[in-house]
Ligand binder design. Structure first.
Ligand SMILES: Cc1cc2nc3c(=O)[nH]c(=O)nc-3n(C[C@H](O)[C@H](O)[C@H](O)COP(=O)(O)OP(=O)(O)OC[C@H]3O[C@@H](n4cnc5c(N)ncnc54)[C@H](O)[C@@H]3O)c2cc1C
Length: 400
């Protein structure tokens, strides 16, 4: 049976064989939409009938074509004849794109999505904003908490929210939203289900032509946000990084920098908070890449968890500017993966192991290198194997 959530989004549970109707706004005629198999109107809503197996692929295709899915519902509910278009079953060939998870949604948990949209964001209040980088570290990374008590924004670990910075861009248009991974559990840092926390690095770089220091619009807005100030929030979004329900699972987490955010939420849920319905008994292994010790975000808490749960939580740092790899170079996360590759290879083969990668774009390359050499020892092609993991929704990547 399908399980629509409060806002109409369908979770994976038992939905195989079902057909769903997407209500889509704003599609543009173009290369991508030409493949959609139905005419795009100049205005108004289009309804697209999609077999369950193709939902994820269609969602991406619609997004690429500029469309916005307003709702998803099971086929069978009455709809205006003329506005229904069908995506044919024969397009439903297995493909790499198709193999991405629609959701690793938990059987019991409905995943909220887009409760607040950019045209009507939730206006929260900043109730906490503190520095996470210690003395001698590089850059600025802040932990921020927003009060949500006046609205309906609910989320689960592994999702993101959007932030709309105030003001306008160079063209005089309102700024677009920026996504940030949620760093708190669904219960929030105050455990009252009324807050959401982020971990934000202030973007700062030298302009390649002028050499001037440039600061990112939204990250600077957030890092400088005063306690008590308003903040425009959208979402939540994201189903790629959800934590499995299985309390016995092995959860391997690989983070660089602010990529720690969703893993803070995972670890807090697994170990820090006490839940009647979720008592983690598996293995959580965090690989964390940072330049300096002072850049180890949430260091005290992570190390305390390791001390308290030595059998269930392993913590491996790669501190690039302070540690050396076996070749005498800087110690990056991929060097730690290589160092532990045989064990990781054994772990990823278990049916209940989930691997998550979050942080800097490009970090996957090094991780694949490490896994290629480990799998290679057993004559296994890592590329092919990774595809099967992705298909099984056990290899999760969110890099930016
Ligand atoms: C799913 C997701 C989750 C994310 N989670 C987090 C998170 O938890 N924490 C976090 O801090 N960020 C996160 N981000 C990144 C975040 O969304 C913003 O992209 C980031 O904060 C920068 O936004 P900004 O408005 O400050 O920068 P902008 O003002 O938008 O500037 C960004 C632009 O600056 C330019 N630029 C950037 N670096 C350079 C450079 N070195 N040289 C030349 N030009 C450059 C590029 O054109 C880039 O598009 C996430 C992104 C995604 C997609």
């Amino acid at each position: 049976m399908y399980r629509p959530s409060g806002n109409g989004v369908v979770t994976k549970t038992g939905a195989n064989g079902r057909v769903f109707i997407f209500e889509v706004e704003g599609l543009r005629q173009g290369e991508n939409t030409d493949k959609l198999n139905f005419p795009i109107r100049r205005s108004g809503v289009v309804y697209v009938t999609v077999p369950y197996e193709r939902m994820n692929q269609e969602m991406r295709r619609i997004a690429r074509s500029g469309g916005k899915i307003v709702s998803i519902r099971p086929a069978g509910e009455p709809l205006p004849e003329t506005s229904v278009a069908t995506v044919s079953q024969h397009q439903s060939q297995p493909s790499e794109e198709n193999s991405q998870p629609i959701t690793e949604a938990k059987a019991k948990t409905e995943i909220p999505v887009n409760t607040y949209r950019p045209n009507n964001p939730y206006i929260g209040k900043c109730i906490e904003n503190y520095e996470l980088v210690g003395e001698g570290g590089s850059g600025t990374v802040r932990h921020l908490t927003f009060d949500l008590s006046g609205g309906d924004l609910r989320y689960v670990e592994g999702q993101s929210i959007g932030i709309i910075p105030p003001g306008t861009d160079k063209k005089g248009k309102s700024h677009k939203l920026r996504l940030y991974s949620i760093a708190s559990t669904r219960h929030g840092d105050k455990l009252d289900d009324k807050t959401v926390s982020l971990c934000v690095r202030q973007l700062e770089y030298k302009h390649p032509e002028t050499g001037e220091t440039v600061y990112g619009v939204c990250s600077t807005h957030l890092c400088n946000l005063e306690v008590g100030a308003d903040v425009a929030i959208t979402g939540p979004v994201g189903k790629e990084m959800l934590l499995p329900d299985d309390e016995e699972a092995t959860v391997v987490m690989m983070a660089t920098g602010t990529g720690i955010a969703p893993f803070r939420a995972f670890l807090w849920r697994m170990f820090k908070e006490q839940h009647e319905d979720y008592k983690f008994k598996g293995l959580a292994w965090l690989f964390f890449g940072i330049p300096y010790t002072a850049n180890i975000l949430y260091k005290e808490e992570l190390e305390q968890l390791q001390r308290e749960f030595p059998d269930n939580f392993r913590l491996t740092y790669a501190i690039s500017r302070e540690q050396q790899n076996p070749e005498g170079g800087k110690m990056y996360i991929q060097d730690r993966i290589k160092e532990n590759a045989d064990e990781l290879w054994q772990l990823v083969q278990k049916d209940n192991t989930h691997t998550y990668i979050c942080g800097l774009k490009g970090m996957e390359g090094g991780i694949d290198e490490g896994m290629t050499s480990a799998a290679g020892k057993f004559d296994v092609n890592w590329n092919d194997y990774q595809k099967t993991l992705k298909k099984a929704h056990r290899w999760h990547v969110e890099t930016y």
